[in-house]
Design a protein around this ligand. Structure first.
Ligand SMILES: [Zn+2]
Length: 639
């Protein structure tokens, strides 16, 4: 839609039917609603102290909830043939090709300060000054957003004043020749053409906020225009990651010449986000390097450290009043001719996540075992599973089952993933010499009851963990092994004696995460031949999956994905409950047979392995064969 000068549409506006009548015509409101609003309007008019906006019918109807601001602006936009920009933001301005670089903004908002615009509730976004060769007049063309066509009078008056001031102080630069000879001469030598587009009031105010932040940042701590653009881009990426509840953000150039590729991991799936993609023409490798520098600076990684191979840093980032902890890692990767292009990975830690054994996908029997084992507590619990398979969440869920108020609980992690108010949480800082091994060596002096050690990665940390567990304490940790049945062997390979293992191991859990079916759009599902073969599915079971569709429309609950979040698959070996397990532990196969052969009186397996657990959850409709197949092919659940 073409943007018109004010004097082109104001006459139409004056002749237009009243807003209330238009809304009735368009069936947005009833006659009765209009009469009520007119009644309120008359009352408000008799109250001179009231905000004049409260005497506008449109405003009254919005406040009463009869219409939305969107309804009103759409009608104004149609009647006056003026553009209406929905969801106005700094980004939409850029998408419309409006310059929002530092220079343009300083020029614009040096003339009309943002603080003033905030009270006036409109937003100029572009102006140019042109000389009319015919009459020699100088014409100012001002483009702005307003939430209200009645504002035109106010806007003109304000710009008249501003231009008078500017003419005195500004060196007027003649940009283009204009053929629009203005008949709207305000001052003898200066024409003012004001062009209005509509946008919602709150969007205008928020965009002014964004601009303030942008310009303020520029003054405060950013040296160059480039830094500016990159900081904004970085913040947009973080905001988007938080909005979409992504767990990780991966940032890489497209090739050795630059560009930008941003991928986000959500519910375990990594996907590129095209809105951040830049070609190397727009984002040469120098820009990428600057971008990385900005990120490393924000993460407080000092410049002398930047030559080190792999870097870690942390960042606290606030948005909408919530502060998120983020871990930032940079690693140099090979790309074309360039030997080391830094790849950045950002992990977003959400502190409010579920940490409750009843809500992580355990079967009732599994929850019972956990609660039973931890009513009395000493010994070692080990969790195994690939990275990002929910091990820490499970450990915190178990910790939450314990009586932390009456026990001294310590967690030793890198990074600390969740807040646990009743525990002392220790963050490993390799750089400061605060390593797992050092902290563990001194742990017993802290008089602990319960200790969670993030990872047993070497002989030394394994020794310490077993020692703490063997001296009457409860210890939880994670270890790398393909299945729960392989954990004892893995410990022996780390140099732990079988005796130590048998006397302290309480519980071993192996786990994976699988997408959880959306209950809203759940339908029967016929597995493909591939899925049947891969997962060994039987033909007499009804399988379910989320379709992402409800009544031919995209499912609102899962936004069409068919799943909501993920749940765990568990393989649980409660060794503490079966002291004779050690006679079956000589090979992983024997250990597996021992636990998987135990059944309850109904013939159900007491301790299903991962695949059996998955099949139970498929039968219940919790997960679909398709989701399971994708995890299966990636993670080799078979031994
Ligand atoms: Zn759904």
């Amino acid at each position: 839609m073409k943007i018109k000068r004010i004097e082109e549409w104001v006459p139409i506006f004056r002749k237009m039917p009243k807003v209330g009548e238009l809304l009735v015509q368009k069936k947005k409101i009833t006659e009765d609603q209009l009469l009520t609003a007119i009644h309120i309007q008359n009352e408000n008019r008799e109250n001179p102290g009231l905000d004049p906006k409260k005497t506008l019918i449109g405003q009254i109807l919005i406040e009463r909830g009869d219409i939305t601001e969107n309804d009103l602006l759409t009608i104004f936009s149609e009647q006056l043939e003026l553009p209406y920009v929905q969801n106005l933001s700094l980004r939409t301005l850029e998408e419309q090709g409006i310059e929002t670089n530092l220079e343009a903004c300083n020029k614009m908002y040096g003339l009309c300060p943002l603080e003033m615009l905030e009270t006036q509730e409109f937003l100029p976004y572009k102006f140019d000054i042109a000389k009319d060769e015919e009459n020699g007049n100088i014409a100012w063309n001002v483009f702005c957003f307003s939430a209200d066509p009645w504002d035109y009078d106010k806007i003109i008056k304000l710009f008249q004043q501003l231009i008078m001031n500017a003419n005195e102080s500004l060196e007027v630069e003649i940009i283009t020749e204009t053929n629009n000879k203005s008949d709207f001469s305000l001052l003898n030598v200066t024409d003012l053409n004001v062009y209005i587009s509509f946008a919602r009031r709150n969007d205008i105010l928020r965009t002014i906020e964004e601009l303030k932040e942008f310009l303020y940042m520029g003054v405060k701590d950013v040296a160059s225009e480039n830094d500016y653009v990159t900081i904004r881009l970085f913040r947009e990426i973080l905001n988007f990651g938080i909005q979409t509840k992504s767990s990780d953000i991966h940032i890489l150039p497209n090739n050795a010449n630059g560009g930008l590729q941003v991928r986000l991991r959500k519910d375990g799936v990594l996907a590129e986000e095209s809105r951040f993609t830049r070609g190397s023409e727009k984002f040469p490798i120098q820009s990428y390097d600057e971008f990385v520098n900005v990120i490393l600076n924000e993460a407080k990684i000092r410049s002398h450290e930047k030559s080190v191979m792999a870097l870690d840093g942390a960042l606290q980032y606030s948005v909408d009043g919530v502060t998120y902890d983020m871990r930032i890692a940079s690693v140099p990767v090979l790309m074309g001719q360039r030997l080391s292009v830094p790849k950045i990975t950002i992990r977003i830690l959400y502190k409010g996540n579920t940490r409750d054994v009843n809500r992580i996908g355990m079967l009732p029997n599994q929850i019972k075992i956990i609660k039973q084992l931890y009513s009395k507590s000493e010994g070692l619990t080990l969790l195994t599973g690939p990275t990002s398979s929910g091990k820490t969440t499970t450990i915190y869920s178990i910790l939450n089952c314990m009586d932390l108020a009456h026990h001294a609980c310590y967690t030793i992690e890198n990074p600390v993933e969740y807040e646990l108010p009743q525990a002392a949480q220790i963050q490993v800082e390799e750089k400061l010499g605060l390593t797992f091994a050092n902290i563990l060596r001194n742990m017993l002096r802290q008089d602990p009851d319960i200790v969670f050690v993030g990872e047993m990665r070497d002989h030394e940390s394994a020794e310490s963990v077993l020692h703490i567990a063997n001296t009457g304490h409860t210890v939880l940790s994670t270890i790398h092994a393909n299945s729960a049945y392989k954990v004892p062997q893995r410990l022996i390979n780390m140099g732990i004696s079988p005796h130590q293992i048998f006397s302290s191991l309480n519980l071993v859990i192996s786990q994976r995460l699988v997408h959880k079916n959306c209950p809203e759009c759940l339908k029967e599902y016929n597995p493909t031949g591939f899925e049947r073969e891969l997962l060994g599915l039987s033909s007499d079971v009804v399988y379910m999956h989320g379709t992402g569709v409800v009544n031919n429309e995209t499912c609102g609950r899962c936004e069409g994905r068919g799943y909501i979040g993920r749940i765990g698959l568990f393989e649980i070996l409660p060794t503490a409950m079966y002291p004779e397990w050690e006679y079956h532990a000589d090979t992983p196969e024997r250990l597996k047979n021992y636990f998987t052969s135990m059944e309850n009186e109904d013939g159900e397996k007491l301790y299903p392995d991962l695949m059996e657990d998955a099949k139970i959850k498929m039968k219940k409709g919790w997960i679909s064969p398709k989701s399971l197949a994708s995890v299966f092919s990636r993670l080799e659940m078979k031994d």
